[in-house]
Ligand binder design. Sequence first.
Ligand SMILES: [Zn+2]
Length: 426
Amino acid sequence: MAVMSVDRRAGYWDREKETMSEVARRRYQDAWVRALVRHAWDKAPGVRRRMEAAGLGPGAIRGVEDLARLPVMKKHNLPDLQKADPPFGGFCTVPMDKIRRIFVSPGPILEPLGPEFGGFHAETGMYAGGFRRGDIVLNTYAYHLTPAAHLIDEALALIGCTVVPTGVGNTDTQVLMARTLGATGYVGTPSFLMTILKRAAEMGGGRLPIQVAQVGAEPFPESMRRTFQEEYGIIARQGFGTADLGMIAYECGEARGMHLVEDVVLQVCDPQSGEPLADGQLGEMVATVRHETYPMIRFGTGDLTVVDGSPCPCGRTSARMLGWRGRADEVTKVRGMFIHPRQVDETVARAGITASRAQAVVTRAGHEDELTLRVELPAGADTAAATAALAGATRDVMKLRVRVEVVPAGAIPEGAKKVDDQRKWD
Ligand SMILES: [Zn+2]
């Protein structure tokens, strides 16, 4: 079988959109946000109810800036909203005979797919990740209930790829199909790709022809990315999406954060007040997605992230989402910044320290929050060097000043909270 030889890093799916200036992007997003909200007011009674409850009229949202006037709709409230106004909570803008598919997510939450064809922006991300016309792709996401497999399927069709809808599991069949068809692409979880590659090695017959992979739905460690690249010659990039929103962010060739698609406005917000936060701060993902059938406007996913607006060498001008950083209901606010339990271990790892246990303790002295990072170091470790490294790492990861307290092994009890909030508010 001929080996497919293409430049998987060059080019854009939609150069004009992906490289537009900040001013042009703002104008573009203002226009579609204004039109989408107006359309939703007319056709989606659920959206109109939310706007009326906030005292807003049909023309109140004139662009991105005005979105913050609308309170966040939390994802965890969707099952109740849909139950109260079945089947879609009043958020669907078209009659049932215009709906091609209805997906079912845990909750249950129902998601209608209307007449629009397309991958909900997944084609932009798949192209940036290296998929090209002529690729033969194993799509290993589940084709039942949830939308991921179908959206990716349509995105691949737009790019001009051939899809093999292998779905979940059946490792031996996946290997066999990759060999028989000369599959050059893979879509699915990174761990399942690893399983397939290892199984192929056991079955014999040399390396699989897979050259490019789009992975998601679980954490993707850099060590695993390197293994795919160095041992198997596979370019692997991740995308971020949810059932309600489609794919909203994707990695380019640089793989330093996930570019936000132009047809989504992602605001990183205070999980309690819903106020948008400045670039670089940890907060809840609140998305507004240009989806005429099922407009999700100021939709709070309950997930935390950080967005980086600095330029990317790939030439795309959108900001990048720096990965999933935990659940919004697990955060603690310290001096106006949110910290999440995961950041404690991240800080220790960033400092390059081997600690048996670590914990952040929040206390209050007068009117000031105090943050103490308690870290167990092994006997004989260089305490001064570790303290300096930890203080620096805390500023990088949590954007906060911290007092570092090195404690002997065993001082932090097993099962202790990662973030122990000891403040009293009486
Ligand atoms: Zn980039």
